[in-house]
Design a protein around this ligand. Structure first.
Ligand SMILES: NC(=O)c1ccc[n+]([C@@H]2O[C@H](COP(=O)([O-])OP(=O)(O)OC[C@H]3O[C@@H](n4cnc5c(N)ncnc54)[C@H](O)[C@@H]3O)[C@@H](O)[C@H]2O)c1
Length: 359
């Protein structure tokens, strides 16, 4: 695209992530124009359209086939991501798709291939990498601040999506297997399954997990059909091993803490509200950094993801948070789920499958 042009956006989904992050952040970006929105719940589309001066599309296809759009944000329930993303790419649009990118590895692979075939950008909304403590951690790890990394402990939990989603309450799509595919592990665990390889420079290759539904109930008072807690152990290709937990039952306080243990010391991310990055060395030295907080469901922080996507389109750059990394994060979630079912340590299928057979 010519640099003097604005990137014209359409939105599939007018839910919470679009309201709090994508539309809000794009409306503040001088290189973006918000043009059109579709949501099957028309009042949601209308409300967003009124806020940002957009048109409401009559259908998914009406939006996807619009000639005056350059890019589409796919922010629907997880079950719709692959279908809508592929259709948008085939219609010649760049796509920013929310996480988890798909509900099967085959669908995720088809999204990557559709982007390659169309020659369009595909970025996945893995915004944890853009959070200030995680950016600082990456810089410090590169400098060898804690020596060789040996192990990690990372957790992401809050009280659950039923107070966040526009489907507010126990009937939310987040609680339905056919819409979400996976619960806390796909909503929150996938963020850490993406973040840790990005921070530590290696892919997860083996997974073991317990994944259960402990407490959440649907609108009929029955246990929800996806998990609300996941406790996983993971090993990377470079030998680093660690623990990842995801939860929708940490009701009193959101937990987004990662501790990385190295040969010279350890790094604590997101534990101290004032000093979000702390480095404690084995020799007693310590350094603390005030870099800014991670976003929580109740306290939003600019994600930077939409701005980055606009820059990738205008400068014709490969999105740093690309489909393949999204695929590997999903593959880690799938391996954890396979382990929870089989009670075995399972390999992470990091290579794209060759056929379209469902896994
Ligand atoms: N990156 C993050 O930190 C983050 C945070 C929250 C949610 N998400 C992801 O964003 C996506 C949306 O979540 P949310 O929190 O906005 O949920 P939400 O329930 O608030 O909104 C989803 C919206 O999608 C609409 N929708 C359903 N089918 C559609 C279709 N075919 N076309 C267009 N719209 C459709 C629904 O009517 C609803 O308004 C999910 O994949 C979720 O995992 C990501």
């Amino acid at each position: 695209m010519a640099k003097e042009q604005k990137v014209r956006f359409g939105f599939l989904g007018a839910g919470s992530i679009v309201i709090h992050r994508h539309a809000l952040e794009l409306s503040q970006n001088p290189d973006a124009e918000l043009v059109m929105v579709y949501d099957p719940i028309k009042s949601r589309a209308q409300r967003l359209a009124e806020t940002y001066g957009m048109k409401v599309a009559a259908s998914e296809n009406a939006l996807i086939s619009q000639k005056n759009l350059d890019a589409i944000v796919v922010a629907t329930p997880n079950s719709e991501h692959a279908r809508l993303t592929i259709a948008a790419l085939q219609a010649g649009k760049h796509v920013l798709c929310e996480k988890p990118m798909a509900t099967t590895l085959e669908d995720a692979a088809a999204m990557i291939r559709a982007a390659e075939k169309a020659g369009k950008k595909l970025m996945i909304g893995h915004n944890q990498c853009m959070m200030a403590p995680h950016l600082k951690a990456k810089e410090l790890l590169k400098q060898g601040a804690i020596g060789d990394v040996l192990t990690f402990r990372s957790s992401f939990g809050h009280g659950g999506p039923e107070t966040w989603s526009q489907d507010n309450g126990p009937h939310t799509w987040f609680f339905k297997k056919e819409k979400a595919y996976v619960g806390s592990m796909g909503d929150l665990g996938v963020h850490k399954a993406y973040l840790l390889p990005w921070l530590l420079g290696s892919d997860f290759v083996e997974a073991g997990a317990f994944i259960d539904t402990k407490a959440k109930r649907d609108e009929k008072g029955k246990p929800i059909t996806v998990d609300d807690n996941a406790v996983c152990i993971l090993r990377m290709a470079n030998g680093i091993m660690g623990q990842l937990t995801a939860s929708w039952t940490y009701g009193a306080k959101e937990d987004n803490v990662t501790i990385i243990y190295g040969s010279k010391g350890q790094m604590i991310l997101g534990a101290d509200p004032e000093y979000q990055v702390e480095v404690l060395l084995n020799n007693g030295e310590r350094a603390r950094y005030k870099v800014g907080a991670v976003a929580t469901n109740t306290c939003q922080v600019k994600s930077g993801i939409p701005d980055l996507f606009v820059d990738c389109i205008l400068d014709d750059l490969l999105p740093p948070f690309d489909g393949l990394k999204g695929y590997k994060a999903l593959a880690t979630v799938v391996a954890c789920m396979q382990s929870a079912t089989s009670k075995k340590i399972c390999p992470v299928q990091n290579d794209l499958p060759k056929t379209g057979k469902k896994r």
